[in-house]
Design a protein around this ligand. Sequence first.
Ligand code: ZN
Length: 94
Amino acid sequence: MRRQYLHLCAYACDKCGGPVIAGTVAVRENDISKETDIRQVGAVCLSCGHRQSNATAPAPVRHLLPIEWAPVSASPADHLTTAYAEAVNRAEPH
Ligand SMILES: [Zn+2]
């Protein structure tokens, strides 16, 4: 069973020292296989909004437990384009 997992980790923000939460997603083809297709999905400081994608030493990185996450097929931009195309199609007379 192919599943996608979301991994979250937390580390200190360079700017304000607040908690940065960073996420990666990885795919597991079955329960015993290694994770593949590992991608960063973003990182942001909860206190100041600074997008810091990597932890800087000596701050430790705390890893949270992986969460099963349903794959997202389309990016937000694709979704908007599709919605726009649908709206245009509806507006045309049949
Ligand atoms: Zn910050």
